[in-house]
Design a protein around this ligand. Structure first.
Ligand code: PEP
Ligand code: MG
Length: 747
């Protein structure tokens, strides 16, 4: 009955205050309560009385309580209902004289929730000492949901006064980690947008229950279906998440609460939203990271169910993508990021992720500022909210106030001026202060990266990740498509050298359409990269042939990922020789020079450095993987992402051994992991003797600015001293920072 009346009230053309007044009157009548009041949370954390039936009408918009103050403040702060027979006995009771509420004894209050956020509090009061029943609580909660909708759609905005806006527009700042430099100002695009439910009331509860059951069934089926697929895309962590989904989808408590809400008159989708909101608000105060993680899984599941009910696919990118999109996601795949038009994306914010995860590498290649591990941002952000990502500090400002916005606009201008300086450096030779030349190369992987070669002033492409083409495609790229991309890359590079890496899939890089992968417990240590391609030589041969053809008449530099033993290089060289013979038999134009190198990413190579240097034309250290394997630290783990420092003596000593072995054998050594792209760690590498490093294009300017002021000879002495110290167990980061400060080296 109450819901029916509410539905009528919502449909009537009323002024917002009038509508609120009629709603509270209606609730009071239906619940046989003498009082019904609505408090709305303002951006200054004060709950303001917005409407009342029964309390002094003159106190509307005057009576107020702080968050946590009184019963109403307690409900808002805890996001939990309070049901009291004798309210005045409650320790939190605070008497507001202007309302004249002293004569009421029993009290029921529920939070007004939306997407897990508290927007206000709805209360009823009676003179008699009564205890409100479960169904009454339920009814009040449902009404609160209707009010939440009014608040969220901006209906009440006209009732606010300047400076006392509603909490929905409250600014929020988050501290995460800096994953990619740069500052982005724009508007939130939730990668997995929350489905907004506007149709709240059902016409026929029985029919609606049928809809709910049907959707739950197909949800369960779709999860089972995904679990039964043996794709690489659904292995590892992803699988664990799906297992959790399956468990939740069968959770009886959840299903019972959903059904109850439908029986009380809500549509199935409104029921999903209500149950989810209650649950989120309750879980918000939990600190246990495991439970919070599970809550996010539940959120995802509820979203899936909503999409089922509303018959929507997992869209993500509506047509209405703003021109200044800041994509906000819990986590996402590299290919998903590439689905967004580059010219509209100003930034990326991830709740999880780590600096070497693939999506971050892609974002870096695209020059998008990224903040990662920004906890709680997904549930606080709404599509279209103004947002600032500071990829330099790892901070995010949601719905920033105008002064914050102005400060960041200034920061953007400042950075643009600095970029201008880097551009001036572009054509300067990359020599140190004392005249030591260091090749600064860039990493790339897609055609979109190519213009950066000129813009950054890079000396060439030190790492071309060929697997990206495979990762962003829906099916295996054909030989012609591979050849075309390689040719475009070489054309764009002109006289600058390009090093192509043969396909490196497995681990965190998955091809959704590749059905050959096994269900591995440790994919990072599994059947991946050169291991996989040597077992599937057809794969590798097609790629080698495309590369050889594309490089006809010029130099071809090739390198092999994840080499563990020398024999793998020997086998790959045999395949390469065969392809060369094959092409020359058919009178193809062959490369003028062919150089084969290996990536040093697997620690076993550290104890066969002499054999390695003799077996190849060059070695490129993949510091992302080498560090992951030396320290036994999953490079994608959010929990471990800054636990161990690559600028520590053990890792730097390993790198030094590689440089020394290269010098002994006159084999060129370079490094192409993320380590090369930060001025401080690039400085450390130069101090170890690296004279060629490859990084994301945006890093070239800052690294070159550092190099130009660097006294390399002094640094080498300092480095040798630091690493030669018998007690050098710790990070040398601060020593290097001190060196830079002392010599005026800009970091
Ligand atoms: C590395 O491991 O350091 C590397 C450059 O390769 P990727 O990041 O593509 O694994
Ligand atoms: Mg690697």
């Amino acid at each position: 009955m109450l819901l029916k009346r509410l539905r009528e009230l919502m449909a009537e053309a009323l002024e917002p205050q009038e509508r609120l007044d009629r709603i509270v009157r209606e609730i009071a009548q239906q619940m046989v309560a003498e009082v019904c009041s609505l408090y709305v949370l303002r951006s200054d954390s004060v709950l303001e009385l917005y409407a009342t039936e029964g309390l002094n009408p003159g106190s509307v918009h005057l009576a107020q309580l702080r968050l946590g103050q009184g019963l109403v403040g307690t409900i808002a702060a805890s996001a939990r209902a309070l049901n009291l027979t004798d309210a005045q006995q409650h320790p939190a009771f605070a008497y507001l004289p202007e309302t004249g509420e002293e004569i009421y004894n029993s009290f029921l209050g529920v939070p007004v929730l939306r997407a897990g956020r508290t927007l206000g509090v709805l209360t009823v009061q009676n003179r008699t000492m009564r205890h409100y029943r479960e169904d009454e609580i339920e009814a009040l909660e449902t009404t609160a949901m209707v009010i939440a909708e009014m608040i969220a759609t901006g209906d009440l905005a006209r009732l606010t006064r300047p400076g006392l806006e509603l909490d929905l527009s409250r600014p929020a700042s988050f501290n995460g980690l800096a994953f990619n430099d740069g500052v982005g100002l724009g508007h939130v695009v939730l990668h997995e947008p929350r489905v907004v439910v506007t149709n709240l009331f059902n016409e026929d509860s029985e029919e609606e229950l049928g809809r709910l059951t049907e959707s739950l069934d197909s949800l369960r089926l779709s999860i089972d279906d995904m679990l039964s697929r043996r794709d690489v895309a659904f292995e590892g962590e992803h699988r664990a998440v799906l297992e959790a989904y399956r468990m939740f989808a069968h959770d009886r408590g959840w299903v019972r609460r959903l059904e109850e809400a439908v029986r009380n008159g809500l549509t199935a989708e409104a029921a999903v939203e209500k149950v989810q909101s209650d649950m989120r608000a309750r879980m918000q105060h939990m600190t246990d990271p495991y439970l919070r993680e599970r809550m996010s899984d539940f959120d995802d599941l509820a979203n899936r169910l909503l999409r089922q009910l509303l018959g929507r696919g997992p869209d993500g990118l509506g047509e209405a993508l703003p021109r200044d999109a800041v994509v906000v996601a819990r986590q996402m795949g590299a290919a998903e990021l590439l689905d967004y038009p580059r010219d509209r994306v100003r930034g990326l914010v991830l709740e999880d992720g780590s600096i070497t995860s693939h999506v971050v590498i892609v974002a870096r290649a695209m020059g998008i500022p990224v903040a990662g591990q920004v906890k709680g941002v997904v549930s606080m952000a709404e599509n279209g909210d103004a947002i600032i990502v500071d990829g330099e500090e790892g901070q995010v400002h949601l719905r920033p106030q105008s002064d914050v916005k102005a400060a960041f606009a200034e920061k953007v201008r400042f950075r643009a001026r600095r970029q201008e300086l880097y551009r001036e450096l572009r054509d300067r030779p990359s020599n140190s202060k004392d005249g030591v030349h260091v090749d600064l190369l860039m990493n790339a992987g897609l055609a979109v990266d190519l213009p950066q070669l000129d813009e950054s002033g890079a000396a060439g492409i030190g790492l071309f990740r060929t697997e990206l083409q495979f990762m962003v495609a829906a099916t295996f790229p054909r030989a012609e498509a591979q050849e075309r991309l390689y040719r475009d890359v070489l054309d764009a590079a002109g006289p600058k050298p390009v090093t192509f890496r043969t396909i490196d899939i497995g681990g965190d890089k998955v091809l959704p359409y590749f059905k050959g992968a096994l269900n591995e417990e440790n994919p990072a240590l599994g059947w991946r990269a050169i291991r996989l391609t040597l077992d599937r030589p057809g794969f590798l041969r097609t790629q080698l042939r495309a590369l050889l053809k594309a490089a006809g008449g010029r130099e071809l530099r090739l390198m092999l990922p994840m080499v563990t033993e020398i024999d793998e290089i020997v086998q790959a060289r045999e395949l390469l020789d065969r392809e060369v013979r094959h092409l020359s038999r058919f009178a193809h134009h062959l490369p003028t020079k062919l150089k084969l190198g290996a990536m040093l990413e697997v620690p076993s190579l550290m104890w066969q450095l002499d054999e390695l240097m003799a077996a190849v034309d060059f070695v490129s250290v993949g510091s992302n993987d080498l560090f992951q394997f030396i320290t036994a630290t999953d490079r994608g783990s959010a929990l471990l992402s800054d636990r161990f420092d690559p600028l520590s003596a053990p890792f730097l000593r390993a790198l030094k051994q590689i440089v020394d072995a290269g010098q002994r054998h006159k084999t060129a050594v370079t490094l192409c992991g993320e380590l090369a792209g930060r001025p401080l760690s690039a400085m450390a590498l130069i101090g170890l003797g690296f004279r060629s490093i490859s990084m994301s294009p945006a890093a070239i300017g800052p690294v070159k600015a550092m190099l130009c002021e660097l006294p390399v000879a002094d640094l080498e002495v300092c480095m040798a001293d630091l690493l030669g110290h018998p007690n050098a167990r710790h990070s040398v980061r601060s020593d290097l920072q001190a060196f830079a400060a002392q010599h005026g080296v800009p970091l």
